[in-house]
Design a protein around this ligand. Structure first.
Ligand SMILES: Nc1ncnc2c1ncn2[C@@H]1O[C@H](COP(=O)(O)OP(=O)(O)OP(=O)(O)O)[C@@H](O)[C@H]1O
Ligand SMILES: [Mg+2]
Length: 314
């Protein structure tokens, strides 16, 4: 019996996995985190929200399910639960991504609201959202919808740059949703342009500017900023220096953006990762004693406990 089973059931947790760049291990990490949670006896629903390049079913080694998110988006089904498929893994279900529907990469605002509303009502303890690449409004909105928004990054300058860009974009999107008055929305929109006339370079500058214009809105935004804590997952790590990139990024985000980036863990580069994908067998099941599986377990543990890695050399 779970130690806290006599308490009221916890609220549903929604974890999203993004990263701004393609091919960096988002789906791999989303699928294996979902499997590990399911093995911890949580009821998990993994949702493939990579609307342009759905492949979660393949990462899990499944045949493509009959029903997908397209059926829901196109209103061929009324309920989201009608597109939920079994995975054969106990406690784990998926909603397979839209494969046939090019427009799905840009669902209309109304479709997106309907999807988010239904996701919020789905029967599961944990929703794991596998996001697409890039920083489109859809990706950002799914990211902001989650309790834990995780960003995958490789120890490469291009990937790091994309993650910073993602954080900034998500943050501005969040700001824009929070501020109500037109003039402030315009300031937020202006700030997105690096060469804006107001000289706003960072989220921190933006906050200061809004505080000067409207102290009350400034306070509200500051509170939102404190709650905004993206989680960084370093993937394809090959050395201790690679691991340290997470700590440097955390300090840089604090200093330049005024944002708390948390670092729950990293995953090693390992041949077993691509081997498992080629064999169409999820890593967590195929290589239960591998280093990547152990590292993924640590990430899950840290996300569950709202913990992160300790910097050995602060
Ligand atoms: N830790 C790792 N060790 C070795 N190879 C890896 C690792 N992580 C990812 N890869 C390789 O990178 C490939 C891409 O991973 P994945 O499909 O999860 O990326 P993605 O970010 O979801 O891509 P997309 O943006 O196309 O959805 C994998 O198929 C695998 O070959
Ligand atoms: Mg993917």
């Amino acid at each position: 019996m779970m130690p806290n089973s006599h308490h009221a059931p916890p609220q549903k947790e929604i974890w999203s996995i993004g990263g701004g760049k393609g091919g960096i291990g988002k789906s791999l990490i989303a699928c294996n985190i979902a499997i590990i949670l399911a093995q911890l006896q949580k009821k998990v629903l993994l949702v493939d929200l990579d609307l342009g390049g759905a492949n979660v079913h393949t990462t899990l080694g499944m045949e493509a399910p009959e029903v997908t998110l397209s059926d829901f988006l196109k209103r061929r089904t009324e309920q989201l639960r009608d597109v939920v498929a079994e995975t054969g893994i106990s406690n784990l279900q998926i909603i397979s991504g839209a494969r046939d529907f090019l427009d799905a990469a840009n669902p209309l605002h109304g479709q997106k609201s309907r999807l988010l509303r239904h996701l919020g009502q789905v029967d599961a303890d944990y929703l794991i959202l596998d996001l697409g690449a890039g920083t489109s409004f859809n990706v950002l909105d799914f990211f902001l919808f989650s309790n834990h928004g995780a960003l995958v990054v490789l120890p490469e300058p291009t990937s790091i740059e994309n993650v910073y860009r993602f954080i900034k974009s998500a943050f501005y999107r969040k700001f824009r949703n929070v501020v109500e008055n037109r003039a402030l929305k315009e300031v937020v929109d202006a700030a997105k342009d690096q060469k804006n006339a107001l000289g706003l370079q960072t989220p921190h500058d933006l906050l200061q500017c809004i505080k000067d214009m409207e102290p009350e809105a400034g306070r509200q935004l500051e509170a939102e900023m404190k709650k905004f804590k993206p989680k960084l997952i370093l993937n394809q790590v090959r050395s201790p220096e690679d691991v340290r990139i997470g700590f440097s990024m955390r300090s840089a985000a604090r200093i330049y953006f005024g944002i708390d980036l948390e670092y729950p863990g990293y995953v090693e580069y390992d041949d077993c990762v691509w081997q498992s994908i080629r064999r169409r067998r999820p890593l967590a099941l195929e290589y239960p004693n591998s280093r990547p599986r152990h590292s993924l377990e640590r990430i899950v543990h840290n996300l569950l406990g709202h913990q992160q890695l300790e910097n050995p050399m602060p």
